[in-house]
Design a protein. Structure first.
Ligand code: NDP
Length: 257
């Protein structure tokens, strides 16, 4: 028995939101390396184009697509453009996300809306459109939502972010339940801290360094720490997994901190 071919993504086509930097850019590269054709989507087309070019230079197939996940019309246009370029989509990675770091008492209504609209409503709109599209054509598919350890536990000063990620985790379960009959699997990754544009300033601060020291594995994550769980959820190896939330957090979620 050779189990590794079950992780092969040859023949798959993936749309990755928030692929212009950080985790999304890395995951798009990972999926391409596993054989998928990938559409990299976000608002900054110049950065997407550069990322897609890097993937193609490594022998993958990639295309850059402009997308604002807070707008349903933009999602619909991105799916159409992605399919024109790389063929029928089989995988959606809901990764686009933003964060606002301020104490609860200083959070404005606009801060709340910005974070919830991107991290929760954006994922909802994209998942709903993707599923409607697949169901209409009776095609199976997969959705992987990038949640966070902060959807499972608390930390000060990111209330909207924690609420959005907790919402995304429960939405994952609800969508998994409704979409199973359509052969669309829905799962979530809940990464722990990982240094990207989203949190570089915090992780390089004294408070950030203290936090990293309290993670059971004593370090923040590297991008490639996400690879095993992502490939499992994206590939035939995970064919019987739906509604799961997989923490990739060095034990942060079970630590008494
Ligand atoms: P980055 O800031 O590096 O990336 C965020 C991405 O989201 C960018 O590509 C950005 O692209 C995109 N984005 C933001 N708003 C929109 C929008 N309205 N429409 C489309 N794309 C958008 O952060 P990370 O890579 O760290 O974050 C990626 C995901 O991982 C997020 O969901 C985050 O919450 C999650 N996460 C991150 C962790 C970490 O420690 N870094 C830990 C746990 C989860 P553009 O500006 O070009 O639109």
């Amino acid at each position: 028995m050779t189990p590794l071919p079950r992780f092969d993504l040859a023949g798959e086509a993936a749309l990755v939101t928030g692929a212009s930097s950080g985790i999304g850019r890395h995951l798009a590269r990972l999926l391409a390396a596993a054989g998928a054709r990938v559409a990299l989507a976000a608002r900054r087309l110049d950065r997407l184009t550069e990322a897609a070019r890097d993937i193609e230079a490594e022998g993958g197939r990639a295309v850059a697509i402009a997308l604002d996940v807070t707008r349903a019309d933009s999602i619909a246009a991105a799916v159409t453009a992605a399919e024109e370029a790389i063929g029928p989509l089989s995988l959606l990675v809901n990764n686009a996300g933003v964060s606002v770091a301020k104490p609860v008492l200083e959070h404005s209504e606009a801060d709340w809306d910005h974070v919830l609209d991107t991290n929760l409503k954006g994922a909802w709109l994209a998942a709903q459109h993707f599923a409607r599209h697949l169901v209409a054509q009776q095609r199976p598919g997969r959705i992987v939502n990038i949640a966070s350890v902060l959807g499972l536990r608390t930390i000060a000063h990111v209330p909207a972010y924690c609420a959005a990620k907790a919402g995304l985790i429960h939405l994952t379960r609800v969508l998994a339940m409704e979409f199973a009959r359509h052969r669309i699997l829905v799962n979530a990754l809940a990464p722990g801290y990982l240094e990207t544009d989203l949190n570089r300033e915090f992780l390089q601060s004294d408070a950030g360094r203290r936090l990293a020291a309290r993670i059971p594995l004593r370090r923040v994550a590297q991008l490639d720490d996400l690879d095993g769980a992502m490939l499992l959820l994206a590939s035939p190896a995970g064919a019987y997994i739906t509604g799961a939330v997989i923490p990739v957090d060095g034990g942060h979620g079970v630590a008494p901190i």
